[in-house]
Design a protein around this ligand. Sequence first.
Ligand code: PLP
Length: 279
Amino acid sequence: MEPDVIASGTGHAASAGRREELRLNLADVRDRIAAAAGAAGRPVGELTLVAVSKTWPAADVVILDALGVTHFAENRDQEARPKVVDVTKSLFDAEVSLVWPPGRADAGRVGRQDAEASPVSVPCWHFVGRLQRNKAASVARWADWVQSVDRAPVVTALARAAAVNGRQLAVCLQVSLDPAGSGTGRGGALPADIPALGDLVAGSGGLVLAGVMGVAPRDAPARPAFARLREVSDVLRQGHPDASAISAGMSGDLEDAVAEGATHLRIGTALFGQRRGVP
Ligand SMILES: *Cc1c(COP(=O)(O)O)cnc(C)c1O
């Protein structure tokens, strides 16, 4: 078997195997999401699967796109930029590569036109990593959503970059879900700072306040953390009723997130497999 595979072209054989692996993983994840929605008495249509493709190649994104996944997330700008270019090229042909760089606004338009006549869908890209102010301009070119906004200077930088690129970015405010007093180990603003940050985003041209995002603490149960995130969301929505997104839940805790009202589930390992090296 092994020699035959090599003789007939490893690339093709490998990609067929990978397609099957991703298809099975996706079916499992969709089953888990449907079961969690059922248990929580929520319609499954309220839940958006965001495939966290960090460390995985553009080819995997193209496969999942063909399987109906439309949301993808990355946590490093320098990894994401070339991947978004490659995915866009694969899905919509060479045309779009010509408008890259400087901005992806044009690539998006070309993609959307083509998409009407083609079976593939335009991926929606989310940034979920630590965001430094000096990376905002670059992230604003390829990301449609920025989920990890946790301080005012980043809001200002993103708004400026969105304006320069003629784009609209959906913004989630990342809330620290670490137990009180333990700092913000996994990133995010303190809950008390969220309403003012929300006002700042909502008042910034080029940014749309979408909601909140949280990562469960490493050494504590996820469900109470997601319950706190839901409370922060409730407070935010008193001033911004449309900011209804709650991005919570990863491969290990998506059921807890769905039980506590999550709308966006960020799933990496359960879809793609175990990452090597990078967290
Ligand atoms: C990597 C990552 C995920 C996905 O985690 P898995 O456990 O692999 O599903 C979700 N959210 C963020 C912010 C991440 O960095």
